[in-house]
Design a binder for this molecule. Structure first.
Ligand SMILES: [Zn+2]
Length: 201
């Protein structure tokens, strides 16, 4: 989804560590997805990183498979859970992450930190002020060759995760091309992109 490798996060030694209930690797809490048991005994997903008892998982299909096999959610959460199918959990993870990204993009839009549409996006890219280029996953009639080439030249990451409908939801208007000009918003969006579960849909 992202055409260029993301900058590795600077490892903050003070950041809390958690163990993935699948592969058992110990990682910084913020790179994992937190699951919780709802009062009704179903599995909930939380991306805010707030407190409460949680089961932490790498955003990977293989880790989910391992967890389901080992009843990792039940052990970590200490309850008898009604678990959905693997595909349903993966889809829910994707949906939650996309929701977060759409919401961040909406905030960036209201804060006027975006360039919307091809001409504005291209101008921003050429001016060196683009931090992230978003192209609709289901875009029609263009491969955005010029924009892609310019982004690559500038070292701007390209994200093709969101559909036209999701972009429209964030922007309040239809556009297949958006540039994020603010480094904080771009960084925030890319942080959640890393939480999109790996493995074929
Ligand atoms: Zn894992």
């Amino acid at each position: 989804m992202v055409s260029q490798p993301l900058q590795p996060k600077t490892q903050d030694r003070r950041s809390p560590q958690r163990t993935c209930v699948g592969c058992r690797a110990v990682k910084a809490k913020e790179v994992l997805i937190r699951f919780y048991a709802s009062p009704g005994g179903s599995l909930g997903i939380d991306l805010t990183g707030k407190g409460g008892r949680g089961a932490y998982l790498c955003p990977r299909r293989s880790c989910l498979e391992l967890t389901l096999k080992r009843k990792g959610f039940q052990h970590a959460l200490g309850v008898d859970l009604k678990l959905p199918m693997e595909e349903t959990i993966l889809e829910a993870m994707r949906t939650e992450v996309v929701k977060k990204i759409v919401s961040l993009l909406g905030l960036a839009c209201r804060a006027r930190r975006l360039a919307v549409g091809s001409p504005a996006a291209e101008g921003t890219l050429r001016g060196g002020a683009a931090r992230l280029l978003l192209l609709a996953k289901d875009a029609e009639g263009s491969s955005f060759a010029t924009l892609r080439a310019e982004a690559e030249k500038q070292g701007t990451p390209i994200l093709t995760l969101l559909t036209k409908a999701q972009l429209a939801q964030a922007l309040g208007r239809v556009s297949q091309v958006v540039v994020v000009k603010d480094p904080h918003f771009a960084c925030g969006i890319l942080h959640y992109v890393e939480k999109v579960p790996e493995g074929k849909a």
